[in-house]
Design a protein around this ligand. Structure first.
Ligand code: APR
Length: 244
């Protein structure tokens, strides 16, 4: 049987489907992935997202962060993969999304149940008084940007290397790994923990694993039941026709 048809049948027949997304779901929105030949980490040093480095020298790391996460991400719009996932939530085909992405595109597409495992880049948090403000309302050319209330250092509200995963997203994501009977992995290599444990826990609890990725990932040879090789938007359009 055609593997897209088999995946669509599984999705239609499942009790609780969760989509687990990574950078690949946003590639067709113009946001580069992190790894791979053209990935962000081939051009930038991931150390700029190390929390100790950021706290030690925010003047050096902020310009890089601004380049990557605000100049690149700022203009991106949801693509068909984000849009179809939001329609599937509305129509009861999926229970929600766990995303490693910080680009807000699932919310922009209209999804409501989105567990943002790595936080969100649209807001900044003051490390002194805890106030949050929109990055869009902040002068990111003032290096480093400071809190207008108390003068403390502002940090993007996403998880840096060396930081804890925010609650309630962490608990909700691990709970979903126990409840779901189908996980739809879209565009993630599975190289970064602890996020990469979630699909593995789901599998251990009996979930069926459908994966969309043009390349094999660390999941493909190990926990994936059906691998649909292709771009997220193209494959989601195909699945959408088949599940309806
Ligand atoms: N559609 C679907 N998948 C795609 C597409 C596409 N059009 N283009 C590329 N991909 C796949 C790649 O083959 C790769 O497997 O998306 C994946 C992107 O992998 P990563 O760049 O490693 O992204 P991700 O797995 O989300 O990274 C996890 O690493 O640095 C951190 O915190 C960052 O959340 C991120 C985490």
């Amino acid at each position: 049987m055609d593997s897209c048809q088999a995946a669509a049948d599984r999705i239609r027949g499942a009790r609780r489907v969760i989509a687990f997304t990574g950078a690949g779901v946003s590639v067709e929105s113009g946001i580069p992935s992190f790894r791979g030949k053209t990935g962000l980490w081939s051009r930038y040093d991931p150390e700029c997202l190390n929390i100790d480095r950021f706290l030690r020298s925010p003047e050096q790391t902020w310009p890089v962060i601004r380049d990557i996460f605000y100049d690149y991400f700022g203009q991106a719009r949801p693509n068909d993969a984000h849009r179809i996932l939001s329609e599937w939530e509305r129509d009861g085909l999926i229970a929600g999304i766990i995303t490693q992405n910080i680009d807000n595109l699932h919310f922009d597409a209209g999804s409501r149940v989105v567990h943002e495992f790595h936080g969100n880049s649209r807001t900044l948090v003051c490390l002194r008084c805890g106030a949050r403000r929109l990055a869009a309302d902040t002068d990111l050319h003032a290096i480093p940007p400071l809190c207008p209330i108390c003068g403390g250092l502002l940090k993007p509200d996403f998880v840096f290397f060396g930081e804890a995963i925010p609650e309630p997203a962490r608990t909700q994501a691990f709970d979903e790994a126990e409840l779901a009977d189908l996980f739809l992995l879209i565009g993630t290599t599975g190289e970064v923990g602890p996020a990469n444990l979630i699909p593995r826990i789901a599998k251990r609890n009996g979930a069926y694993i459908v994966e969309i990725n043009p390349e094999p990932s660390l999941y493909t040879g190990s926990i994936t039941d059906i691998h649909l090789a292709g771009g997220a938007a193209e494959i989601m359009r195909k699945l959408d026709e088949l599940v309806r």
